[in-house]
Design a protein around this ligand. Structure first.
Ligand code: SF4
Ligand code: SF4
Length: 323
């Protein structure tokens, strides 16, 4: 069993009454299947049970196990009116150390404002220098602990949620346990596995130190109401998603994730354009004659185009056969 290591750890955060005017922003990074979305929900629910107002929301990239996933939890003593991704987190929680190597994942973005970075790793030793991490680093081998407790190394939500909840210094062990039970049941986890998860969460909560949240940004209670805009109608060729700059689509060769390949039967295609409109990755373009053309560098094989084609004109081929 490995202990929690950190560069330094501050004391507990001030009591709730002193924190009503600030908002604590926690940003989680993991991969599809790690459970960071559930971890962020556990932290949010635990904080809600502690009497705070909370907001949690995940952002998925391509819908695929192993793809980077980010989740956000905002905790405040006042209504949470702020929306969107957290750019300046108070806590950064990294469920997979390899994400630190990924230049696109941007797990350290906004670290200047953060009070601490939690890394699912055996030790914090050397991480600051290797990855230029400036806030204090807390590390614990959540994967190893999850494997030990649950017999599997994925589904890290209880451990990651417990570490994050403790780091905020805003929730009690009891509130964390209740939140864990509720969220795991909601996710369809069976009772005996919930008990193991909750026991693991309790252990990790006891090991991880609360850090001092130096800043805690002001709540956005006075934020102006968003301006309403009328969105003009665009034809499918303009309104459908496309893989264009700016963005990182070009860097993400999601075609490498594909296990099945959609192949258009051009003898039957009616050029209705539905596959072009519905491809979630904008991996289908229309040629000069209006026929759909698949960009196999970015098609990730979700097969939505195959399901949507009204004439069943898109065939599924095994990747090995197709190439
Ligand atoms: S399978 Fe079809 S819908 Fe899915 S990414 Fe590829 S082209 Fe787009
Ligand atoms: S949905 Fe089918 S018929 Fe319509 S453009 Fe795509 S391949 Fe052709």
């Amino acid at each position: 069993m490995s202990g929690c290591t950190g560069v330094s750890a501050g004391g507990a955060a001030p009591p709730r009454e002193e924190r009503v005017g600030v908002m604590v922003r926690v940003r989680f990074h993991g991969r599809g299947g790690h459970g960071v979305k559930t971890a962020s929900r556990i932290v949010g629910t635990a904080a809600f049970l502690a009497g705070y107002q909370v907001q949690d929301s995940p952002v998925y990239g391509a819908e695929r196990r192993g793809a980077p996933v980010t989740a956000f939890t905002r905790i405040s003593g006042k209504p949470v009116l702020e929306r969107g991704p957290i750019q300046s987190p108070d806590l950064i929680v990294i469920a997979d150390e390899t994400l630190l190597e990924d230049p696109v994942a941007g797990v350290l973005a906004g670290q200047e404002a953060a009070s601490a970075v939690f890394v699912n790793a055996e030790s914090a030793e050397g991480l600051a220098e290797k990855y230029s991490i400036r806030p204090e680093i807390i590390a614990l081998d959540i994967t190893g602990r999850t494997l030990e407790a649950l017999g599997r190394a994925s589904a890290l939500s209880a451990g990651i949620g417990a570490a994050a909840a403790r780091l905020t210094g805003l929730v009690s062990a009891e509130q964390l346990e209740e939140a864990g039970r509720e969220e795991l049941a909601h996710a369809g986890v069976l009772e005996d596995m919930i008990k193991k998860n909750v026991a693991l969460a309790r252990e990790i909560y006891a090991e991880v130190p609360a850090v001092t949240i130096h800043r805690g940004g002001p709540v956005a209670a006075e934020a102006a109401a968003p301006e309403m805009r009328t969105v003009a109608y665009d034809s499918p060729t303009r309104g459908a998603p496309s893989v264009i700059a700016p963005g990182n689509a070009e860097l993400r060769q999601t075609g490498a994730w594909r296990v099945e390949m959609p192949v258009i039967d051009y003898d039957r295609c009616t050029r209705c354009g539905l596959c072009f409109v519905r491809c979630p990755d904008g991996a289908i373009a229309l040629d000069d004659d209006g026929y759909p053309v698949i960009d196999y560098d970015h098609c990730k094989g979700c097969m939505i185009c195959q399901q949507i084609c009204p004439i069943h004109g898109i065939e599924i081929k095994k990747e090995t056969e197709a190439w």
